[in-house]
Design a protein. Sequence first.
Lengths: 267, 267
Amino acid sequence: MTTDDEPRRIQSADRVCDILEYLRDGDQTTVSEVADAVGLSPGTAHTYLATLESRGFVRKRDGKYQLGLALLPYGEHVRLQNNLYQAAKAELHRLAHDSDATAHLMTEYEGRLIVLHEAFGENAIGTEYHPRKRERPQTHLHCTSAGKAILAHLPDYRVARVIEDQGLASYTSSTITDEAELVAELETVRDRGFALNDQEQMHGIRAVGAPIRYDGDRVLGAVSLSGAASNWSGDRFRRDLPEKVMRAANAIEVNLHSEPDEGISPD
Amino acid sequence: MTTDDEPRRIQSADRVCDILEYLRDGDQTTVSEVADAVGLSPGTAHTYLATLESRGFVRKRDGKYQLGLALLPYGEHVRLQNNLYQAAKAELHRLAHDSDATAHLMTEYEGRLIVLHEAFGENAIGTEYHPRKRERPQTHLHCTSAGKAILAHLPDYRVARVIEDQGLASYTSSTITDEAELVAELETVRDRGFALNDQEQMHGIRAVGAPIRYDGDRVLGAVSLSGAASNWSGDRFRRDLPEKVMRAANAIEVNLHSEPDEGISPD
DNA sequence: AATACGTTTTTGCTAATATCAAAAGGAGAG
DNA sequence: CTCTCCTTTTGATATTAGCAAAAACGTATT
């Protein structure tokens, strides 16, 4: 035992996190898969899973383990206590209806996108892109309009770190996978005030995103509007919708300032 | 140490759950509050919180601890993998629009209601009842239309257990707090196929709920529609909306059967 | 059917670690 | 500036998480 500098941790708490994380990313796993994913003996992994199951954090459905329903209220609680969500909720709804598309409120966390809220325009449902395929809820920033809008307003060193940590994975043939190209794109986004995503994350889907800033300084997140590429002709995609999205983002910024509540958001 | 019959547990995993649960129910707590809520020394509690914070499960905002953003994706994952959600999503949206009210998809878990999804009609926003007051996301069954719809189709012994475990807390002056009265009400609900909630959970809010059943047997959850009491006149509240809600519930039941996926939902 | 294999689950034992007390460090009040 | 209260760190120890191996299941395989 050399010098023990790092603050102390509860190893088992980390293990719990590891297990939940693993279940979140994969899904429908077995005891032994979990065991060697987190580096435990099957016996011990079993004890963890049994404990978590009895707490509802994990669910066992015919031999396989998956995340349990009890987690839902936690996510909901986080959402409700989030200022950005509170400030944006109504505006997002309005935006979705006004443009008859799908609107998302997103924020960045550890280099990934987290969806804070989702609103659908009247005829937008079905168009939306959770095609039953259960994608992981966290996406890369570089391939979405909201992500690019956020990146464009993050300080350079943070952008660099995101790229280093997360890489520039290719989702479709249009995804920007080159760092220089991305940096140039971010410049454009910053200048014109909104970001476009032309089937860069998913074929057939276009999106428009605008940043939500605080004090004209920190980016707290972004709003985006997405829909089927076929419905979004040139002008609508490049002019009308961006305008609507930016107006919504602006309205949210105003709301943020008028929130008497506590201080502002994360990180 | 006597005979150790119960299956083994990871005590620290339980502690993690205890802490998260405590943070979910209260909110904005301090180290020492957490410490004696879960029965640990402040020092140890601190180590737990520090670990969980570094994992994003918990967040420290000027000395106070609260649940962290990292939890959101877990809830989202659970929602996306839920069959009932998948089967109901589009229908809920349609219902909300069609009636221009707020629609909820709920399921029962451990005697409480869990919100699986929420959809707003075009003008329904603002009417909705998350009045920034951060209520805990889990509510009693007996005081909501969805809850009553579910209870009405649960076997008697389960209803009895829910009442015993959760009690019949009084939310407003109209809340049913008498067991016999509730049982009678459930009978009515079962007969006519839907449940009403006339300001029983919150003053000024009315709601209509219908159960979602599988095989005409198990209840998987319920759909409900809610809105301002002042907008919902007698006929609309007691006839038109119930009809819409029941139609939606039915459509969802049909979807559930046509899901090729895996088996069906939880306990 | 009977056997063999790959799991999961249980169990005994031990090393690792979660835990407490108490000290040290901060922050806010008087 | 000092006192007090809370958080954070630290040292020492009892508890428990962890492994290995055995037992119990389930499922192929012959």
